[in-house]
Ligand binder design. Sequence first.
Ligand SMILES: Nc1ncnc2c1ncn2[C@@H]1O[C@H](COP(=O)(O)OP(=O)(O)OP(=O)(O)O)[C@@H](O)[C@H]1O
Length: 249
Amino acid sequence: MRVLSIEIKNIYKSFKTHDKEITALSNINLNIETGDFICILGPSGCGKTTLLRLVGGLEIPDKGEIYEDGSIITGPSRERGFIFQQYSLFPWLNVLDNVMFGLEIGGSAKEKNIYRAKTYLKAVGLEDTENLYPHELSGGMKQRVAIVRSLVNKSKRLLMDEPFSAIDMQNRHKLQEELIRIWKKSNNTILFVTHDVDEAVFLADHIILMGKNPGYIKKIYKNTLERPRKRESEEFLKVQEKIIEILDE
Ligand SMILES: Nc1ncnc2c1ncn2[C@@H]1O[C@H](COP(=O)(O)OP(=O)(O)OP(=O)(O)O)[C@@H](O)[C@H]1O
């Protein structure tokens, strides 16, 4: 049986600026099942980041509720690991300490966490970087460390806001493949904001297509392409075309 992980009910969110009020999101409803890979796709300003921040508990809705495992989200939690476009590592800590930040620092729990951290770092090809500092890493390596940090923190949900957009295409594709591998193993629920159709089609089970003024959900597209997905396949291109068509409507 599939279990609901996040339930978004009738959400409205606006922001006041010095001279006007902007409605960022209007009447958003969405059910996300445990283990689902969701991509949120839409034009600039349609409220993708706002929606992710609401789920993260970093913003409070004006109206409506968001539930996590049946309880209303009222603030941030370790259950939800946030990964931003801007690298969110502490520059004064090395890779291992960044990954371990916030975890128990004593006794057998520490030993276990170090073991977990090292195992995950190895899984994403970062086993030789434990003692390096963020400025010594590439953008892709920094995002891998941020993902590992969420996993070591046992976040059941990863909230990712255009995490690979500053990374060159070849490495971006590699990171997408790694993320799929990690996701399959962990059964995490992932919400991934992107403005890149190719990325959404490659990653998502469900693509949330948004429109703007004010931000709303245009369509929830169920992406049934078989995995591993091949960008050059006819089916992949067809889904891409379909998505672009809906966005342009
Ligand atoms: N803190 C804020 N104060 C005022 N307005 C805001 C704030 N955050 C977001 N907005 C406005 O809400 C709307 C949605 O913004 P949001 O960043 O969620 O969109 P987005 O789809 O993520 O855009 P992009 O793809 O450009 O990152 C925009 O009009 C934006 O200007």
